[in-house]
Design a protein around this ligand. Sequence first.
Ligand code: 0GY
Length: 291
Amino acid sequence: MPMSAGYIPFRPNPSKPHYKPPPGAVDAHCHVFGPEAKFPYAPERKYTPCDAPKEKLFALRDFLGFEKNVIVQASCHSKDNRAMVDALETSNNKAKGVAFVGEEVTDAELKAMHRAGVKGVRFNFVRRLVDFTPRDVLERIAGRVAPLGWHIVVYFEMPDLPDLEPFFTSLPTTVVVDHMGTPDVKKGVDHPENQRFHRLMAEHENFWVKVTCPERMTVAGPPYDDVAPFARTLVESFPDRVLWGTDWPHPNMKKEAPDDGVLVDRIPVIAPTPALQQKLLIDNPMRLYWA
Ligand code: 0GY
């Protein structure tokens, strides 16, 4: 049974960031939810979000100073990708997408999503969000999306990395890790758990990482100074394989929704030079999603 609507809604009036993204900047991790009356939430969802329709996402994009979005299918819509695809199709080529599919998806459906601007699928291993999918099923999905040139986004919790790593490194596509691999910030950047993730990135050139969601990992709270060293080390070590995004509308937050303006103002802290910002916000997402 789905949980009742115990959500923390996104902030309707985020602050205007002081940092001005360079022209053409991409918010490469965000979602659209509903509206429920048109695009109902999945019966198997583990949380019920507030409606966060495409019009609100596009208005936020403009307000924050971004030009484009990458819209990632979240678990509350499960395998019904219609809200995300509808947003892509009406975005004027300013949005690309990442879908969530099962192996029952047909080749015609994959091709239609491809035409709409979908560039990848997400494999979610976070137990509180999704039910288990056998690895052989995921392998077959990977084999079917690879010829389309799609990548695979993986969302997992860092303690599960040792178990998942052999599977991840066997994938035939570019692999994009969500939210820095969700490190435990109390343990520090140099902790073996986080170093293992860095090694994975260093040894596998097909791995990319999103330096997103400090609000999900912070102990200190805004402005997330305790998370910044994790993001900055990744940006400086792998400048050509990092992506940044808001994670708007911040689904499933337990205490408070972050201020999107504050999140944007972290960009020059984690990517301290104009050259790093250009790669993080423009060159990298354009190569992965608009090439
Ligand atoms: C996120 C984070 C979360 C939710 C989802 O698919 C999802 O429902 O991604 C979360 O609760 O950690 O990536 O936006």
